[in-house]
Design a protein around this ligand. Structure first.
Ligand SMILES: [Fe+2]
Ligand SMILES: [Fe+2]
Length: 545
């Protein structure tokens, strides 16, 4: 039998992972945060659109409203939105119940838990939550609850059949903001009802580098004949160029945009906060999916924000990833879901949870999780770590959006870890207010002034300079600023030269350069090679996991 022609998935097939047809971000996986977002974000936005589509159409055009709760269909497709709303209401009845139960539980604790034993209150827990929550006080008798998350994932509240993938072609950076507009079907998009943990997801993305026959591909994706033509347009017999891993004696890091950095040394590869651009003709030079090794030893996540955990990228590289390293959560807080459970339920194997000051050793590579303060609106959230990587005599600190609100922290850390050669720091020092991200989780209205005061803001000039000085850094890179044009669809940021994050980071770069420190705000792409240093000294601290 003649060999059938073999096909690859084109490099510019865009894949939108969806939950209830909304663009998937980390709070749409854990059952409790999903429930709150369906009721207090999705329904609110859809109701408002159904009532006043034209208000949405004008708001979307206003740059000041970027990232706001507005549906971007130019005032059209109101019936489709209404249908999606009804369908969600039907299919997600259990989650609507769960969300309401969280409101009732909070109200019950406020009115009945006054410092006396909580035992008798278990009978007043709403039925939807009975057996899924433990009631607790803090040491000052403030009542609250913790969710038993592993059980919730095994309950009727976790329904992966509502997850899907939408495939279409992308050929430029101009991609509209996706977090407030549900994804409706269109003629040029192929909607695959695949749960994120479905092995077919890996098979699909392996197709970018390993070709298969048409029959195999069609079988694997379980599509109907009417979708043949569209699927064929996503395939090509053309093989992609091979990736050349770094094999030098030192280390190489490459900046892929935002907080995404690939570090390769001595046969070990680490990818931080993966967010990648597709490959197409474009204005800004960049690394893309083609610039990843065939196998990635560690994917490291700094924190649970949508610009640092991007399923669109993560699902596409899952088949290459050996280990995912995440910060440990605080056990059952609604606002701090477990990243380990989240990744495991999305089909990732070998998810490693790391505590503050815990370390991973792999050959000559030491990775340590360092405390990460701020940028979470003062909420009790533990899933955030800065990553210190030491390889031989080189040390690099990927601090992401750490906000240096307590300089003493870094003084203490310096005593433990010594100097750091290169600092990577986000300086988005304006930040959105608490409610932008966490609003749907609140069960009581937050005073506007409080909301505005509690922001998701990173370090400013003084805070950043203090870290540079404390660790005697020789290089300082500002990153994670959301400036790359291919990330507009998840970032609600448009800077001008007068924007505070730009002014403050310019000052930091200038001040560093005056002191002989290499400094730059990363944008687009960057590659640095570091030679091995013969005067290699052992690290000051070793805390093994
Ligand atoms: Fe963040
Ligand atoms: Fe960020």
């Amino acid at each position: 039998m003649p060999k059938q022609e073999q096909y690859y998935l084109r490099q510019n097939v865009q894949v939108e992972p969806l939950v209830d047809q909304w663009y998937a971000w980390p709070h749409l996986i854990p059952p409790a945060t999903t429930a709150r977002n369906i009721v207090h974000r999705h329904f609110k936005i859809m109701d408002s659109y159904i009532n006043s589509p034209q208000i949405h159409a004008s708001a979307v055009k206003n740059p000041k409203m970027l990232g706001g709760p507005f549906i971007d269909y130019g005032g059209k497709r109101v019936d489709d939105i209404r249908e999606l709303r009804e369908c969600t209401k039907r299919k997600r009845a259990a989650l609507l119940e769960l969300s309401e139960a969280i409101d009732s539980l909070d109200a019950m604790l406020r009115s009945s838990a006054k410092g006396y034993s909580l035992h008798s209150l278990y009978q007043n827990v709403p039925p939807a939550l009975r057996g899924y929550v433990e009631l607790v006080y803090d040491l000052n008798n403030h009542p609250s609850f913790r969710l038993i998350e592993p059980l919730l994932y095994r309950s009727r509240y976790y329904d992966p059949s509502q997850q899907s993938l939408m495939l279409s072609m992308i050929s430029c950076d101009d991609r509209p903001f996706v977090l407030s507009t549900p994804r409706l079907g269109s003629d040029d998009a192929l909607h695959l009802p695949l749960a994120f943990d479905d092995p077919a997801v890996d098979e699909l993305f392996r197709l970018k580098s390993v070709p298969r026959s048409w029959d195999e591909i069609k079988d694997m994706l379980r599509i109907s004949d009417s979708q043949d033509e569209l699927l064929r347009s996503f395939l090509t017999p053309e093989p992609p160029p091979a990736y050349l891993p770094y094999s030098g004696p030192g280390l190489r890091w490459r900046y892929f945009g935002h907080a995404c950095i690939l570090l390769e040394s001595q046969g070990i590869s680490m990818l931080f906060d993966p967010v990648l651009s597709y490959t197409y003709e474009n204005g800004v030079s960049r690394y893309t999916y083609l610039d990843l090794p065939d196998s990635i030893d560690y994917v490291l996540i700094t924190h649970d924000h949508q610009d640092h955990i991007l399923f669109e990228t993560l699902l596409q590289i899952r088949h290459k990833v050996k280990n995912v390293v995440v910060p440990r959560n605080n056990g059952g807080r609604l606002q701090d879901p477990s990243l380990k459970l989240l990744f495991q339920n999305c089909g990732f194997k070998n998810v490693i949870e790391i505590d503050e000051l815990q370390e991973i050793h792999d050959g000559n590579v030491h990775i340590t999780g360092l405390p990460f303060f701020g940028e979470h609106a003062d909420l009790d959230i533990m899933t955030k770590l800065a990553w210190l990587v030491r390889i031989g005599s080189h040390s690099l600190l990927f601090a992401a959006d750490s906000c240096n609100i307590e300089p003493q922290l870094y003084e203490h850390l310096h005593r433990e870890i010594g100097n750091v050669d290169a600092l990577f720091l986000g300086m988005e020092c304006d930040g959105a207010p608490l409610s932008w991200l966490y609003g749907p989780l609140l069960t009581q209205k937050l005073d506007r002034a409080m909301d505005e005061s509690r922001r998701l803001s990173g370090s400013n000039f003084d805070q950043g300079m203090h870290i540079v000085h404390t660790f005697h850094c020789r290089e300082a890179y500002v990153y994670a600023m959301g400036q790359e044009p291919w990330l507009n669809y998840i970032m609600s940021i448009k800077y001008t030269e007068q924007s505070r994050p730009i002014v403050e980071s310019d000052r930091l770069i200038e001040a560093c350069r005056q002191r002989g420190i290499i400094a730059e705000r990363l944008f687009g792409e960057k590659e640095i090679l570091l030679e091995p240093n013969p005067a290699c000294s052992e690290p000051a601290m070793v805390i093994s996991s």
